[in-house]
Design a protein around this ligand. Structure first.
Ligand code: ZN
Length: 252
């Protein structure tokens, strides 16, 4: 059977084998096959929800209204999602020493659920909440959202999901860790991200400028494809990762 784009898979496998430090950079596209809609695009969350509820100023002024949307998306949607084969194959590659870290823009925890250990959550996580008054953090699943907005058990401050809202900066420690991985990478495996969201979108450009090879897996061409990408695999993330891992780890 002929694999579409078989040569691109062979080239991608050769790049990952030759590099000593492989880093994956993932975005919404890897979780779509787990049933999590992307934020952008026709079927995206922003087509049905006004993104203002994730604006930090709006949240402080209207915590109840924000929390109604947060509950629907981050509890009802994300709570039901499970990792797909692309997440699992990345964990498999880490286990075999072929992947050193994942920088993800997703907040769905699916890389960790699939078994990946070295995961940098560039945009934080939906798995914990942080108190807007005292800074305490609490696991999301330990918080009752029947009464909104949920409040801190220590100081009664309002709890907020532990990821940056619009108008909030990326945590410096997370940014620095990500940058260090990107600068060290011999190969960057870009999966399911088209480079629309700053500042994460510059990572493939930085990696390339430091001499890394860029392998891109996307269903459509992105702004990376004709600029920094060395090998473009146009496939769904699950199919691409299964095929690539069959080449890298035959007989697994
Ligand atoms: Zn508190």
């Amino acid at each position: 059977m002929t694999i579409p784009g078989a040569e691109s898979y062979r080239q991608a496998a050769a790049i990952l084998r030759a590099s000593r430090h492989n880093v994956a950079f993932t975005g919404a596209g890897i979780s779509v096959e787990s049933g999590i809609p992307p934020f952008r695009g026709e079927d995206g969350l922003w087509a049905r929800h006004d993104p203002v509820f994730l604006d930090i100023d709006y949240f402080h002024e209207h915590p109840l209204e924000s929390w109604k949307e947060i509950r629907e998306i981050f509890y009802d949607f994300f709570g039901k999602a499970a990792p797909n084969e692309a997440h699992k194959q990345l964990a498999n590659l880490e286990c075999r020493g072929l992947l050193h870290s994942i920088i993800t823009q997703n907040i769905d925890n699916l890389h960790q659920e699939a078994g990946s250990r070295s995961v940098i959550e560039f945009h934080g996580t939906s798995q914990s909440l942080v108190c807007t008054r005292c800074g305490a953090t609490v696991r999301t699943d330990a918080v009752d959202v029947d009464m909104l907005p949920p409040r801190c058990s220590k100081c009664n401050g309002i709890l907020k999901p532990d990821f940056p809202f619009f108008g909030e900066p990326i945590a410096k420690a997370v940014h620095d860790r990500s940058l260090a991985e990107v600068e060290r990478a011999g190969a960057l495996l870009v999966i399911g991200t088209t480079g629309e969201i700053m500042p994460a979108s510059v990572f493939p450009l930085i990696a390339k400028s430091r001499g890394a090879k860029i392998v891109e897996i996307n269903v459509e061409e992105s702004k990376y494809t004709h600029t920094v990408t060395d090998v473009f695999i146009r496939d769904r993330a699950t199919v691409a990762m299964r095929t690539l891992c069959n080449l890298l780890c035959p007989g697994q």
